[in-house]
Design a protein around this ligand. Structure first.
Ligand SMILES: [Mg+2]
Length: 281
C-alpha cells in the first residue's frame, strides 16, 4: 500500500474514532431532566438519594430524637432551663417544644424525588394534600412521650399561607399542614400550627414566632433541619429584625457561638436536599 494511502486511511480511522467518541458522549442518557418529566432515580441529586435510600439517614434521625428523648425529663424538671437564648422569667411558664415541620416531623423526600422542577409552594401543597404524610424516623416516639409528660407542642413551619380558588379560608395550608402532622402520628393541636403569613408579622424569619411563643411558654427544646429553626438571621435575604445577609462565614460563626445548645435543647435533623444553607455564599 502506498504511503500516502496508508496515511489517509489512518487519518480517516482517527476521524471516525473521534466522531464515535463525540457521539457516544452526546447520545449518552441525559442526566439533565426534561422539563415535563420527573427525574429518573439515577439522575437524582446525591442529597435526595441519601435521604431516600441510606440507612445512615434513618440512623442519624433516630439518634437526634433519642438524644432529645433522653433529655426530656430533666428539661421539664429544671425550671431555670430554656432553649431560647435570651428568654427570661420563664420559671413559672408551662414547658413547650417547638418543632419545624418539613424534614423534621414529616418527610417529603418522595416529593423531592418526583416533583417537576422548578419548585413552588403550590406544588408541595398539592402533593401534601394528595399523599399520606410519612414521619421522620424517631419523631413519633419522642413527640408522643413529650405530649404524655404534659409538654405543649408547637409546629412552626415556613410553608406560607396563600388563597386558593373557591376556598374562603385565607390560609387553607394551615389545615393541610395540621393534617400532615396528624397523619404522621404526632399529636397536634391545629391552633399550634403556625405558618408564614398567618399573622402580618409572621415572616420566614422564625425568631419572631419563637419569641411569640416565649411570651406564654418556657421553650425547653427546638427541633429542626435548618439553622433558621434555631438561630436568627441565618438567611441570605435579611428580614426584620435582621439587617444583613447571612453568609457561609456568619452562619458558621453563629453555629459555633451557640455550640452549647447542640444536642442539649437543640436537636437538628439532617437535610442535604434544601435549606437556607444552599443560597449562602
Ligand atoms: Mg424543615
Amino acid at each position: 500500500m502506498p504511503g500516502f494511502l496508508r496515511r489517509t486511511l489512518t487519518l480517516m480511522a482517527i476521524a471516525l474514532l473521534v466522531l464515535a467518541c463525540t457521539r457516544t458522549e452526546t447520545d449518552a442518557p441525559a442526566l439533565a431532566v426534561a422539563a415535563n418529566t420527573p427525574p429518573a432515580p439515577a439522575a437524582l441529586d446525591m442529597g435526595i438519594r441519601w435521604v431516600r435510600t441510606a440507612a445512615e439517614y434513618d440512623a442519624i434521625s433516630r439518634s437526634a430524637y433519642r438524644t432529645a428523648l433522653d433529655a426530656l425529663a430533666n428539661k421539664i424538671a429544671d425550671k431555670t432551663w430554656t432553649a431560647l437564648p435570651g428568654q427570661t422569667d420563664a420559671e413559672n411558664l408551662p414547658p413547650a417544644i417547638i418543632f419545624d415541620v418539613d424534614e423534621t416531623v414529616v418527610s417529603n423526600v418522595e416529593f423531592q424525588a418526583t416533583f417537576i422542577r422548578p419548585f413552588n409552594d403550590s406544588k408541595l401543597n398539592d402533593w401534601n394534600n394528595a399523599n399520606v404524610a410519612v414521619p421522620v424516623p424517631g419523631v413519633v416516639e419522642f413527640a408522643n412521650r413529650a405530649n404524655e409528660l404534659g409538654v405543649t407542642l408547637f409546629f412552626l413551619t415556613n410553608r406560607p399561607c396563600f388563597e386558593m380558588a373557591g376556598d374562603p379560608d385565607p390560609c387553607p395550608q394551615q389545615e393541610t399542614t395540621y393534617q400532615d402532622v396528624a397523619e404522621s402520628g404526632v399529636p397536634v393541636d391545629k391552633d399550634r400550627v403556625m405558618l408564614v403569613g398567618q399573622q402580618p408579622e409572621w415572616t420566614s424569619e422564625k425568631s419572631i414566632r419563637r419569641n411569640f411563643i416565649a411570651r406564654s411558654h418556657r421553650v425547653i427544646m427546638l427541633l429542626g433541619d435548618d439553622l433558621g429553626d434555631f438561630i436568627a438571621c441565618t438567611r441570605k435575604k435579611p428580614l426584620e429584625p435582621c439587617t444583613e445577609e447571612a453568609t457561609v462565614a456568619t452562619r458558621d460563626a453563629a453555629s459555633k457561638n451557640y455550640q452549647d445548645y447542640w444536642g442539649n435543647g437543640w436537636y437538628i435533623l439532617p437535610n442535604p436536599m434544601h435549606g437556607s444553607w444552599v443560597s449562602a455564599r
